[in-house]
Design a binder for this molecule. Structure first.
Ligand code: SF4
Length: 258
């Protein structure tokens, strides 16, 4: 575990009054060259933790009033997270579990999480496999991410909220708009609308160059605000539910990240 604590910079539906109980893990299953969290995703920081220790941390956060337990970048340690969730439930903790990931999750791993996770929050990055290869280090991002989204949607469906407006179950997709439309954002939105009809989406506009972005001149460009607004409107026109958060500073952005 790299860090843990109540977090108020997530989408409003995940924050409520008590904050989102985030538990960050070191490392990541992707290798994004622009990683906004490279200090923990590409380095090893924090402490070794057993499933029991992860569960104890999560239950402490729930005990302080957090409205969910938000596991960030969990896929490479999904086995331990699954055991921790089982322990959390055995301990009587009922707040929703959020699986906050990079979208590149094998379906066979997701199937093992069926019934353990209430809210899936994948960050769908690329509609273009070449971009996924070049900037995230995997050869087949769109195919794997589309299959993963379909499985997440099968398990938990569209996003539901309670009387406080706090998410209780469902899929909330994030998409970080990249400079020069390197993600092919409209195609990403089309994939979401086709694969998970009516689900919630947060089209995010807070990209900034980080980590190794300086090695790629095209990643040093700015994303115009107008483009983000247009994409948000396009997502709504495709039947998706906007879940825009406040555009957060990068330390708050640990979106899978992330
Ligand atoms: S998925 Fe997120 S945390 Fe992982 S390398 Fe990419 S940007 Fe960094």
């Amino acid at each position: 575990m790299a860090s843990a604590g109540p977090h108020f910079g997530e989408e409003p539906v995940l924050v409520g009054k008590g904050g989102s109980g985030t538990v960050f893990f070191s490392g990541c299953s992707l290798d994004c060259v622009f990683c906004q969290n490279d200090d923990i995703s590409h380095g090893v920081s924090g402490q070794k933790a057993s499933p029991a220790q992860i569960a104890a941390t999560a239950m402490r956060l729930a005990g302080t009033g957090c409205v969910n337990i938000n596991f960030v970048t969990p896929t490479h340690v999904a086995h331990a997270v699954a055991q921790a969730i089982a322990l959390i439930r055995e301990g009587g903790c009922t707040v929703p579990v959020v699986y906050n990931c990079g979208g590149y999750e094998p379906v066979e791993v997701l199937r093992l999480l069926d019934g353990l996770v209430e809210i899936y929050m994948p960050d769908l990055k690329w509609a273009d496999a070449d971009a996924g290869r070049k900037y995230s280090g995997v050869p087949d991002y769109p195919a794997v991410a589309t299959a993963a989204l379909a499985e997440m949607y099968r398990q938990v469906g569209t996003l539901k909220t309670d009387g406080r407006g706090v998410a209780t179950r469902g899929v909330l997709v994030r998409h970080l708009v990249m400079p020069d439309d390197l993600s092919r954002s409209r195609d990403v939105i089309d994939i979401v609308a086709r694969t998970a009809p009516g689900c919630a989406i947060n089209v995010m506009g807070q990209y900034h160059p980080a980590y190794r972005a300086g090695e790629f001149p095209e990643l040093m460009a700015h994303v115009p605000r107008r483009n983000v607004d247009d994409l948000r409107e396009y997502a709504a026109s495709q039947g998706l539910v906007r879940a825009d958060g406040v555009d957060r500073p990068d330390r708050d952005q640990r979106i899978d990240d992330q």
